[in-house]
Write a protein that binds this ligand. Sequence first.
Ligand code: ZN
Length: 63
Amino acid sequence: MTKRFYVCRQCRRFTMNKECVVCKSSNLSASWKGLVVVNDATTSEIAQFLGVSVPGKYALFVG
Ligand SMILES: [Zn+2]
């Protein structure tokens, strides 16, 4: 059984809800590539690359 994940187009965070928990956007995409886990957004280079400030799971590319 596969779970269907959505990714917020605004901040690229993964969500299983119908809206993003971070920016409350309902602009979600089921088409994404590359899962990135951000543990410490203040020191992580990937977090700076993605422009995120909240730890969590993010997608590298969102369709
Ligand atoms: Zn978002």
